[in-house]
Design a protein around this ligand. Sequence first.
Ligand code: SF4
Length: 756
Amino acid sequence: MAFDIDMIKKVYSNMTERVDAARDIVGKPLTLSEKILYSHLWEGKPTKALVRGKDYVDFAPDRVACQDATAQMALLQFMQAGKTKVAVPTTVHCDHLIQAKNGASIDLQHAISTSNEVFNFLESVSNKFGIGFWRPGAGIIHQVVLENYAFPGGMMIGTDSHTVNAGGLGMVAIGVGGADAVDVMAGMAWELKFPKLIGVRLTGKLSGWTAPKDVILKVAGILTAKGGTGAIVEYFGPGAKGMSCTGKGTICNMGAEIGATTSTFGYDESMERYLRATDRADVADAANQVKEYLTGDDEVYANPEQYFDQVIDINLTELNPLLNGPFTPDLSTAVGSAMTEKAKKNDWPLKVEWGLIGSCTNSSYEDLSRASSVAQQALDKGLKMKSELGINPGSEMVRYTTERDGILEIFEKLDAKIFTNACGPCIGQWARYEDPKNAPKNSIVHSFNRNFAKRADGNPNTHAFVASPEITAAIAIAGRLDFNPMTDKLINENGEEVMLSEPTGWELPPKGFAVDDNGYLAPMADGSGVQITVASDSERLQLLTPFEPIGNDISGAKLLIKAFGKCTTDHISMAGPWLRFRGHLDNISNNCLIGAVNAFGKKTNFVKNQLTGEFGGVPDTARAYKAAGVKSIVVGDHNYGEGSSREHAAMEPRHLGVVAVIVKSFARIHETNLKKQGMLGLTFANESDYDLIQEDDTFNFLDLNEFAPEKQLTIEIVHADGSKDTIKVNHTYNQSQIDWYNEGSALNLIKKENAA
Ligand code: SF4
């Protein structure tokens, strides 16, 4: 069973009651986002008005989705929770660990042979604990979720930042770290700060070369990469209704690029059409019964300035195709001459080497059909492709259907590489160069979402520009970054001037979707007999051992590193080549804090071992302290742990014997992750005490036996010369989080409660 209609009907029956109650309590009309949030409160029926951007609220999401890179640690942790089954419907999708190089069939086999151990592990854990498993090649998590699981008015979380894509089908869908996913899978509440709301009113109609992608490229240009932080972006207006459901998915997908918590659209006929086309007529019927609850109240959309924290207006009729980049997705340039000037000024290569179409952002049937209508013109008008072309369909269903309908054949006739239905070039899994670090400066255009340096091919000199699939196809034909298909002529093989006509396509396949094997494996009804094997000498996977409680006697703890300046989760637990160790805590711990700048000497991964006086890497030094039975401390600056929500950034120091992280301020998700792993996340009561910390310091906690909510802790710092400073530190632990600390981790506590 791909989806659970009974669960969806239950959500809808709760929704009517809870939204009515929320409207009474709040005393005003509600946006769609508020309706979904208020109807998913952990406590059930709302009892008080929640303050946007301020209140931390417990929610009960309907679903969880995990991709293969993040699922490894999430499932390893879930196995610690002592549960026999996941508490909410959950799926695992194998899409990130598949390289793009030679084309789908060879690349998929290569991935299966190199990551078989990981795929087998994910499959058997899924089978055991009632999790739906999508095999390698089945598709990209977010396209598969949209096709199978997303439903209007639902709430889901996923261990990937582009989980937000499901807003295209009217969900509130949010990307989280593995530890959050584990909480929900284990039947616990999930906490989120009640988001602010940004309304985007869409008027007019898309036409010609302009596509839904241009809407979000425009919004990114307006709001910038941080403008959506802490907010849900809700799209509405006549322009929204005129857009396909998958187009809405594209817009919501790239909400991650403006830092938004998520984005969403109200239920409309495009969503109903998509649900029926993807074999979910019963979901459409159920949604139709409650459709006024699945969109914002009329008054909200009539006077949005009164109900949203910020309102943006976009007239789709006036919108032109955009190219965003390079190196950041919010740098917008209109296609054509504006790019000529900018590229010359900034020395961006105008020649385009590759056009890439696909990724979870733009790999729907509509996307591929419209892009193929442009590609077909190269064949019909005698144009030779000036750039190479790569396609990665979003799912096996899209691939199968587009192959049946002759769409893929058009690309193949142009010598395009059809990559696996997987992330591939979107996540640096594009084996484009032997030596990417020293590869030449070049430009590429793609229909993906992110274009940070090295993101696609590992080459820091690749200038990647984000565009719609149709514009990507046109630019790949022309081979020039500043090509404007609306005004520019091309010379064909006969020396004639030709122009490309506007793209055409189908929102949904005229003959319906089809697929032979969609790649889904349903879990066994009773998985208790499934054995999970992880080889003891595996370098990719390692079963977790529960963390021992740290206890309330911390004395003689040594400073491991005093991080200077910015210290994000990437500095604490680097990505890139370390991705392969995401399921092996001990191996990935060898990247622990190697990107953090040591305040003493201002070097990275170079700290003093106080036991020997020698200098070495952070992980080695931490391991030396741990081996000697000495606890260690990390000190940091402001906003320590900002960036991704990956739990590895908390688990690694915990694994290496760090007992406390003391900083000027935390990024909240990382602070919570430290708490979940049973460590101390503390802030200097007096910020300037950061300056007291010296390289050879020893820490004694004086009153940890009185650890209680809203009570400061006292630490004695002993310096190398024997002098001492006594400082106060603050914490935000509530009693249940103190219980996590006392038990060694949140998971230990869940397990204990489960066994009781
Ligand atoms: Fe992430 Fe790209 Fe994969 Fe989408 S296609 S899930 S953005 S890596």
